[in-house]
Design a protein around this ligand. Structure first.
Ligand code: C2E
Ligand code: CA
Ligand code: CA
Ligand code: CA
Length: 279
């Protein structure tokens, strides 16, 4: 067999077959996992840069695979998105997050918001605001305790369906967060029109912060722009004290990252809620 080159359409390469097969198997396993409830949410604190207190936390899904153990969402979310399973997975995340907020409340812990990640597919499916509103009612959770993270790239363009859905969600009192900001090409006027509440700057920029002058300039510009639009700015992927010091200097409102805490199981959250996470 000759090596595959440009224009060489060899569909029966064994590696391609193996990849398709692995993917198919993962898809089947994912379907089964949904039926057998093999998912849990971990939570990562978002901390107020000035007070050092937890401001909110992000719910991040984990798959507890019977043989492989904890599987990262980076591995299964893309497959879930391509197969439509993301809709069921998304409903499940929403449900678990609301149930958790209610459980913490019942334990008389401070009532802090939880953000959930929502994929563009969930917006396109329609009626997302209805699902969110039903879920809040079911668990008797206040709308201001739920935040929705949507990546900058999935709200690009002038997609009316997404814009209407965002407005309907916001009308419920749920806060909207732009995730991975800086990696897409949304315009200032677009963010203003969409009335986004929180801007989370992608961790590649946090990484660049203490490495180059440009990195700091970029961050500074984003923070002042976001503040002018009345948005809260969050830096994600904060891993060092040096980054934190710069973020404080730049008036970044909140930080999230391994420097404070990795995403942890719900059981570990009460202890984190009750202490200062930054000095
Ligand atoms: P994301 O929304 O950008 O989430 C942040 C990711 O960065 C998480 O990875 C988190 O563990 C990781 N992270 C947090 N702090 C640090 C840090 O200081 N350094 C580094 N290097 N990484 C940090 P995770 O949990 O593996 O999630 C990966 C992605 O999977 C998420 O990226 C999100 O796009 C997706 N995802 C996770 N849960 C859900 C979900 O429930 N629904 C949907 N649609 N997507 C989800
Ligand atoms: Ca996120
Ligand atoms: Ca992010
Ligand atoms: Ca990211």
């Amino acid at each position: 067999v000759k090596a595959a080159g440009k224009g060489d359409y060899d569909f029966f390469r064994p590696e391609l077959y193996a990849r398709l097969r692995a993917r198919f198997e993962l898809e089947q396993a994912l379907m089964q996992a949904l039926e057998q409830n093999q998912f849990v949410l971990h939570y990562q604190p978002r901390v107020d840069t000035l007070s050092g207190e937890m401001a909110s936390m992000e719910a991040l899904v984990r798959w507890i695979h019977p043989e492989r153990g904890l599987v990262s969402p980076a591995e299964f979310i893309p497959i879930a998105e391509n197969t439509g399973l993301i809709l069921r997975l998304g409903d499940m995340v929403m449900e678990k997050a609301c149930a958790q907020i209610a459980a913490w409340k019942a334990m008389q812990l401070p009532e802090l918001p939880v953000s959930i990640n929502v994929s563009a597919k969930q917006f396109h499916a329609g009626k997302l605001h209805q699902k969110l509103s039903d879920c809040l009612r079911k668990y008797n959770v206040r709308a201001d305790l739920l935040e929705v993270e949507i990546t900058e790239s999935s709200m690009m363009g002038e997609d009316n369906a997404i814009m209407e859905e965002l407005a309907a969600i916001r009308a419920l009192g749920i806060k909207l967060l732009v995730d991975d900001f800086g990696t897409g090409y949304s315009s200032l006027s677009q963010l203003q029109r969409l009335d986004m509440d929180i801007l989370k700057i992608d961790r590649v920029f946090t990484n660049e912060l203490d490495k180059s002058a440009e990195g700091k300039i970029f961050f500074k510009a984003i923070v002042s722009m976001a503040h002018a639009l009345d948005m809260t700015v969050v830096a994600e992927g904060v891993e060092s004290n040096a980054q934190l010091a710069l973020l404080r200097e730049l008036n970044c409102d909140e930080i999230q990252g391994y420097f404070i805490s990795r995403p942890v199981p719900a059981e570990q959250i009460p202890a984190l809620m009750q202490k200062l996470l930054l000095l």
